[in-house]
Design a protein around this ligand. Structure first.
Ligand SMILES: Nc1ncnc2c1ncn2[C@@H]1O[C@H](COP(=O)(O)OP(=O)(O)OP(=O)(O)O)[C@@H](O)[C@H]1O
Length: 455
């Protein structure tokens, strides 16, 4: 297929790949100076009304859901020859299939990906849609300020829940689709996607897809040392009898999240080793921190190390933050800590956008820390609601800090929010912290708190 020069105002750069119905191109939006992926329906399908309808339906669902965890559609149009195309977010890091092929994923990384995929499918279920074709090659990855994020893609088979029974044609991919999907006219519901989530979980953890149903070999037999709860969850999702599966993507995802925060989960490499920055950029950040921050010192460690250490001299506190977050900071009350009502006052705020720390419009990631005299057990953020909904409460025990942590894994405005009130064993001084990150990573939260020091 020859490479077109442009689709509308989008200048074509190269072909990304072709599927059964469409070809996807990398293109540049020269007006907004941004790369996009453009999916063009294949010529032989472009004049079939049902396929055209399905293509536009995919675009509509992705446009309407507009979620962090789903590929976003910015526009649709039709070429002069009648082929429709959609303009999407460009996932610059390939798919989960590519990632799995590169080698075994650390368990925490596999569970993080699974949680993000589950969140994407939950958004679809809440929208009243069943994906019907969840598999590693349909989960794309995009760079984000702290690594990569998941974008669930390819809704070509997606169906409205209330239309998914009766005369539905068999659709899906063998190995990942539920037993009921292979029966034409089979009555489907969201639990078909739960089966596929179980199959993706199996592959993320063991490196291979599950056998044909009924699946009898637990992932822990292929990868020893897994928490028993994880084996049980994955096998239950892969049950032939859908009554035995978790009820929906949210139930499945909540259980993955709970397993992820178990203290005896096998440890991976320190997370920051996987978020490396070119050293020249790190030095620039450190220099700008030194310039703008009275009372702060920054050190970046060895070239390539992606942590910046910031000290607030007035509070004698020192925190480690991912360097990509350490762009701006305050040492006054401008942070507006969520627990202000409970006595959290001026503190150290290091964030990508310090002025908009609590905005739900502007994504800002970072760390706020303040020192409060006495042993306090703040009740979360005391009436404040930084994210919508109630937090998940857990006790934290690291060698240096113990206390309570409140996690909001999914904030209304995007990202995850955590607050914590911790003290050193036997020391009557409370450190109150807030951590805002693009995606919920309990290991990041624990490491940031664990690395905080009173000096
Ligand atoms: N938004 C995107 N950003 C980057 N690459 C993409 C994007 N969307 C699709 N691709 C890539 O383009 C190729 C074709 O994708 P497409 O969704 O048309 O088909 P497929 O999923 O490979 O196959 P099928 O539709 O038959 O299941 C795949 O390699 C996919 O990874």
């Amino acid at each position: 297929m020859s490479q077109p020069e442009a689709f509308g105002r989008y200048r074509v750069i190269r072909r990304l790949g072709s599927g059964s119905f469409a070809t996807v191109w990398l293109a540049q939006d020269d007006l907004l100076n941004y790369p996009v992926a453009i999916k063009v329906l294949a010529e032989n399908w472009a004049h079939q009304m049902d396929i055209q309808h399905r293509f536009l339906e995919e675009a509509r669902i992705l446009r309407q859901t507009d979620s962090t965890w789903l590929v976003a559609v910015h526009d649709v149009d039709v070429l002069p020859d009648g082929r429709p195309y959609m303009v999407m977010t460009y996932a610059d890091q390939g798919s989960v299939t590519d990632l799995i092929r590169r080698g075994q994923l650390p368990l925490d990384e596999a569970l993080r990906l699974l949680t993000e995929i589950g969140q994407g499918i939950t958004v679809l279920h809440n929208h009243g849609t069943i994906h019907r074709d969840i598999k590693p090659s349909n989960v794309l990855l995009q760079s984000s300020p702290v690594g990569q994020r998941v974008l669930v893609a390819d809704l070509g088979f997606a169906k409205a829940i209330d239309e998914a029974s009766g005369f539905t044609a068999a659709a899906g991919t063998p190995g990942y689709m539920s037993p009921e999907q292979s029966i034409p006219g089979g009555d489907l519901d969201v639990r078909s996607d739960v089966y596929s989530l179980g199959a993706v979980a199996y592959e993320l953890i063991t490196g291979r897809p599950p056998s044909r149903p009924p699946v009898k070999v637990p992932p822990g037999r292929i990868r020893p040392g897994l928490p028993r709860a994880l084996d049980e969850l994955i096998l239950s999702a892969l049950s032939v009898d859908r009554e035995s599966r978790p009820a929906d993507a949210k139930t499945f995802t909540d259980r993955v999240r709970a397993i992820r925060t178990e203290p005896d989960l096998p440890k991976a490499d320190p997370w920051w080793q996987r978020y490396q920055m070119p050293w020249r950029r790190t030095v620039t950040l450190a220099a700008s921190l030194l310039l703008v921050a009275a009372g702060a010192t920054a050190s970046t460690g060895a070239p390539g190390m992606a942590l910046t250490t910031v000290r607030d001299a007035s509070q004698n506190i020192l925190v480690n933050v991912p360097s990509v977050w350490a762009r701006e900071f305050h040492t006054d009350l401008a942070a507006g800590p969520a627990a202000a009502g409970a006595g959290a006052g001026p503190g150290l705020l290091v964030a990508t956008d310090a002025d908009d720390w609590h905005s739900t419009e502007v994504p800002s990631y970072g760390v706020y820390a303040t020192v409060m005299p006495g042993s306090r057990r703040l009740s979360g953020v005391s009436g404040a609601d930084p994210c919508g909904g109630s937090p998940e409460e857990r006790e934290l025990h690291t060698p240096t800090w113990e206390g309570t942590v409140w996690d909001w894994p999914e904030c209304n405005g995007g990202g995850a929010f955590t607050s914590a009130a911790v003290h050193q064993p036997g020391v009557p001084t409370t450190v109150y912290m807030e951590i805002r990150q693009p995606a919920y990573r309990p290991d990041v939260v624990n490491d940031i708190i664990g690395g905080t020091r009173l000096v």
